[in-house]
Design a protein around this ligand. Structure first.
Ligand code: ADP
Ligand code: MG
Ligand code: MG
Length: 880
């Protein structure tokens, strides 16, 4: 008993995609539904896998094929190779996942020098028969035997020229017969053999060549991009041909049950009269709309509409279809749940709920956070875009227009919108990146600093635009013949990587305008759908969504976008700008008095910052993190200082303050600052620093309480590794709080971002009301990857080598870092059952990570404001 590889269309169904491939499973489904599908059978993906593994057709396969073929022949009263009633076949690829156009399909199998006459007699159309034969030789020659397509094309255009006609359709039967002879010579020239005159041999060769096309270069590349496994194999569908090229009462077309671009209901499709399938795709002739089909074949059109309606109800989703009309009779050749744009995904999901086809839970499952993120980016008005001057790596989507600046300082100072243009960016460029509308670099790929940071900020970025030569010193860039100088307008499209000189018109995202309260929920179908699904997500999700926000403006936006708290308010940003000089004084202080004086001046500023944020988040928790980065980040860069001091000395002047600063910078210099004096270590080493910060928070909260507000600040300590550190800080915090009258209760907690903290979470929970996982540092320290260095150094190679599928800084590494999170949650809650646990790393806004945090039972995720809607949606999807 041989394995059973072949399944008749009447035996399968749509759920058998693993076995029959998507195309085969859906052909079987349509057959079962009683739709007009030409009869046929599917050779399973298992046969392909066996072929690819051994290089030989699995034993018994062709015997099975022959049995199924016999049934086909009996049913149709035609036979493969029969000189009078020849059966013609199509042999079509089709794996589990749609890979449009990546593998092979061969039509008109069965035509030979003998059967071509039979086909002519049978159809009464000699021209058609020769046309089909030349198509077979061309398609078979190219795909099965590797004959260069150009050689056939050359013969074809030669034939047109000789006949003095413009289109293939005008060639006569005789001219086509001569073309077939020419094609056969081309075939012989390249293969050294005659075009196979045994239809059975044609069939067998076609089947094996479809097997092989699974590993064609373009198919492999496509799978890599789409993350489709390489070991699935393709099924092969063998079915009776129907003919759309039998004259004006025949034709072929494609259709969608709804508009795949917008989701709108209506007629979407193309029809090509007197043509075979591949003509539509090849774009050889202009197609006509389905309205024209209605005019030409009202009965076929009505039947098509009713079938499309049935398919939508049956699949409960948008379907796309391929059909052919032969002498006024409609045949269905393919259907599948169709691909669609992000906008269409939302609109269709909401429509299907309205139509009673799916539940709102199901609708939520059918849209993704990634799609929502795409809908939030502003976009260039496609109708208005000129030719790009170059195309770089599309690193962070969205459109940006602004004046060119070549350094961070200029970006910060600029009064108008700017695009920051750098060979590459470093952490020093952060302020400029924040100030800019978008970032353009000539070096680096998708994981370069510019790309990673820009994505985190939701800011458009094109990186690695190698054709752009940037000369920051002279303030100009050249690309091809175009020279642009600082202050010139430039437009970059982070979605496509395109770069345009000048200003291209930008359309703001209607979804963001809705989230900002500028557009009503019912203002258009897309906004209405997003509103509806986000609200449903909010209703079903278990995870809270908080924001990473450091300013009242960010807090406001986060609240509008649906955040129910701030999970991470970084205080270091409050130490920048003109306050740097105060921080410098703190660092340079040589005794307690100087230090206290500096802290006293910082206190009211810090208090004012916190007040603004507490006001914006009134009634909601605001987790304020005490100072985290190494102190030298607040001082001028070492080389700047060295240069300044040297210059002063050369001129015989006293370097003054610069000299003192230089000494401090040298003193604070660390070989590895990320593992150095930062986080809780600062608080324990710099007397009074954390106390000042805590006092600022407590006083701000007290003032808001007195004013009738409901402030809910929380104090969070960064980089704790052992409970002793936390204990020491807690004692200091409690002393401060006891001395601020009217302060509301302020919860005290810690980040868990050092592996040791995760491992000792049971002890740490004794002194913490809450944990917040800092998954950026936790990832960095668990893997031993320096976040600021690895991206450029070896991550792309690691991705290529499959060490990981996505960067662990993008999607939380569930097996490693995730295991530490799970363990810490378990141990922490064992000590303190009411412990609140959240996450405030960038992972909080990453769809796959949100799902993981839901499963792990966290209370909330916290992410940058623009990621909040994404996190809300994904938290909802994780819960249904
Ligand atoms: P792809 O997967 O690249 O879309 P298909 O297997 O769908 O390739 O084949 C391409 C086209 O060939 C189809 O759209 C259809 O028009 C035509 N075709 C395939 N099988 C038949 C058939 N049995 N009769 C007529 N045309 C066919
Ligand atoms: Mg197709
Ligand atoms: Mg950290």
């Amino acid at each position: 008993m041989t394995a059973r590889y072949v399944h008749d269309f009447t035996e399968g169904n749509k759920d058998l995609k693993d076995l029959l491939g998507g195309k085969g499973a859906n052909l079987a489904e349509m057959t079962r539904m009683g739709l007009p599908v030409p009869p046929g059978f599917t050779i399973s993906t298992a046969a392909c896998r066996a072929y690819l593994a051994t290089g030989a057709v699995p034993p018994g396969l062709f015997t099975e094929v022959a049995e199924h073929l016999r049934r086909l022949e009996t049913g149709l009263d035609k036979r493969l190779g029969d000189p009078r009633r020849p059966l013609l076949l199509s042999v079509r690829s089709g794996g589990k996942f749609s890979m449009p156009g990546m593998m092979e399909t061969i039509l008109d199998i069965g035509l030979t020098d003998v059967t071509v006459g039979g086909l002519a007699a049978q159809t009464g159309d000699e021209r058609f028969a020769w046309d089909s034969y030349r198509r077979l030789i061309q398609m078979f020659g190219r795909t099965v035997c590797g004959v260069p397509g150009e050689d056939f094309e050359a013969e074809l255009s030669g034939a047109r020229a000789a006949a003095g006609v413009d289109s293939d359709a005008e060639l006569s039967a005789d001219q086509l017969r001569h073309l077939v002879e020419a094609y056969q010579k081309v075939f012989h020239r390249h293969t050294g053999e005659d075009f196979p005159q045994s239809p059975r041999e044609q069939l067998h060769l076609a089947i094996t060549s479809v097997f092989r096309s699974w590993n064609a270069d373009r198919a492999v590349l496509y799978r890599r991009q789409e993350r489709i496994p390489h070991d699935l194999g393709t099924a092969v569908n063998v079915m009776a041909m129907v003919f759309g090229n039998l004259g004006t009462d025949s034709g072929t077309g494609v259709a969608f049950t709804r508009d795949p671009a917008t989701g709108r209901r209506g007629l979407y499709g193309d029809y090509l009269p007197d043509a075979q399938g591949e003509d539509v795709v090849a774009g050889i002739r202009d197609t006509v709309g389905l309205r024209e089909l209605e005019r030409r074949h009202p009965r076929c059109f009505a039947e098509l509409m009713s079938i499309m309606d049935r398919l939508e109800h049956h699949y409960r989703d948008l379907c796309d279809i391929e059909f052919t009309i032969e002498h006024g009779k409609l045949w269905m050749l393919q259907t599948r749940v169709g691909k669609r744009t992000p906008a269409a995904a939302f609109v269709i999901a909401a429509q299907l709920v309205d139509e009673g086809l799916i539940t709102t839970d199901e609708a939520l499952r059918r849209v993704t956070g990634g799609q929502l993120a795409q809908l939030m980016f502003p976009a260039f008005d496609l109708a208005a875009t000129p030719e790009p001057v170059t195309t770089g790596v599309p690193a962070s989507p969205g459109a940006a227009v602004g004046r060119i600046v070549f350094d961070s300082a200029a970006a910060v100072e600029a009064a108008e919108p700017v695009v920051l243009v750098r060979p590459e960016t470093t952490p020093d460029d952060l302020a400029g990146m924040i100030a800019a509308e978008g970032i353009l670099t000539s070096h680096g790929g998708k994981t370069s600093h510019a790309a990673v940071v820009a994505r985190g900020m939701g800011k458009p970025c094109v990186c690695g635009a190698a054709a752009v030569r940037i000369d920051p010193d002279r303030g100009r860039l050249c690309v091809g013949d175009t020279v642009l100088t600082a202050g010139d307008l430039i437009s970059i499209d982070g979605t496509t990587g395109r770069v345009y000189p000048g200003a291209v018109a930008v359309r703001p995202s209607p979804v963001v305008r809705y989230l900002d309260g500028e557009l009503a929920a019912d203002s258009d179908p897309l906004v209405a759908a997003v509103d509806r699904l986000l609200r449903h997500a909010d209703a079903v999700r278990r995870l809270g969504v908080h924001a990473n926000a450091d300013t009242p403006a960010d807090a406001d936006r986060a609240r509008r976008f649906g955040a129910t708290g701030i999970g991470l308010c970084r205080t270091e940003h409050m130490f920048l700008g003109e306050r740097r000089s105060l921080v410098e004084r703190l660092i340079l202080a040589t005794d307690d008095e100087q230090r206290r004086a500096a802290l006293d001046e910082l206190l009211p500023l810090q208090r004012a910052d916190v007040t603004g944020i507490l006001a914006a988040m009134d009634g909601l928790p605001v987790t304020i993190r005490l100072l985290d980065p190494p102190l030298h980040e607040f001082l001028p860069a070492l080389d700047d200082l060295v240069a300044r001091v040297a210059r002063a000395e050369a001129l015989g002047r006293d370097p003054g303050r610069d000299g003192v600063l230089l000494a401090a910078v040298r003193r604070l210099h660390e070989v590895n600052p990320m593992l150095g004096l930062r986080g809780v270590r600062l608080g324990l080493v710099v007397p009074g620093l954390f106390a000042m910060q805590v006092r600022a928070v407590a006083e701000a909260a007290a003032a808001r309480t007195r004013a009738g507000g409901h402030p809910r600040p929380e104090i969070m300590v960064p980089l704790v590794a052992t409970v002793r550190e936390l204990d020491l800080v807690r004692a200091e915090v409690e002393t401060v709080l006891a001395n601020v009258p009217d302060a509301p209760p302020i919860r005290f907690g810690t980040m868990i971002e050092v592996p040791r903290a995760a491992l000792t979470a049971g002890q740490i929970a004794e002194h913490a009301d809450f944990f917040s996982f800092g998954t950026n540092d936790l990832t960095q320290l668990t893997w031993g990857f320096s976040r600021d260095d690895v991206e450029g150094a070896f991550f792309s190679r690691y991705l290529d080598l499959g060490v990981f599928g996505t960067s662990p800084f993008e999607t939380v590494d569930a097996a490693g870092v995730g295991a530490l999170v799970e363990l810490a949650v378990r141990r922490g809650r064992a000590t303190r059952p009411d412990l609140t646990v959240g996450v405030c790393g960038e992972h909080g806004g990453d769809p796959a990570s949100v799902r993981f945090f839901h499963t792990t039972g966290l209370d909330y995720v916290s992410c940058s404001p623009y990621r909040i809607p994404v996190a809300r949606l994904e938290a909802g999807r994780a819960a249904v």
